[in-house]
Design a protein around this ligand. Sequence first.
Ligand SMILES: Cc1cc2nc3c(=O)[nH]c(=O)nc-3n(C[C@H](O)[C@H](O)[C@H](O)COP(=O)(O)O)c2cc1C
Length: 160
Amino acid sequence: MNAIFEREAGRKYTNEEVDEEKIQKLIDAFQASPCAMHQTDVMELSIITKPELLKKIEDSTDNSCYNAPLIFMINTKKDSPFGERDASVAVENVMVEAADLGLGSVYVMGGVFALNKFPELQKELGMNEGYETTVLVPIGYPADKEQVEDRSNRYKVVRK
Ligand SMILES: Cc1cc2nc3c(=O)[nH]c(=O)nc-3n(C[C@H](O)[C@H](O)[C@H](O)COP(=O)(O)O)c2cc1C
């Protein structure tokens, strides 16, 4: 079983908390992600599990994180050309690791536009001055396991 192919967007989670050992493996996957020009200060991660903070995120973002019990909030330096790229490769690492651990997750871009309008909340969530939220990743035990769609021809591929 290859986790790359097991990963799919998961938007329904049980209330079960993700255990510390698994959270650490997700952090390790985040830390192992590529880093443009080795600029390690472009990206930061806030890990949210406190129910009152999870609720504040959901309330501020029109429930963009689907009431997940764990949110990885990826913040990047404002105006860095690498921010979205670094964040995206890191998110894929985290989501593939999540799939390998039997967890559901999804790349959430929609909620970041809303969240970036709440700087006080972002500060409370650990974000530094000069950064913005680039991706949110809700993570949890899947409430239902959907059939993975056939993605073998999703994109046009040219080979010459
Ligand atoms: C850049 C990007 C932004 C996305 N934003 C959202 C989002 O805001 N909310 C959401 O539920 N899913 C979001 N997704 C997940 C996609 O909807 C999902 O990956 C796509 O439907 C393909 O399904 P799959 O991941 O199961 O292959 C986003 C994915 C990407 C790559």
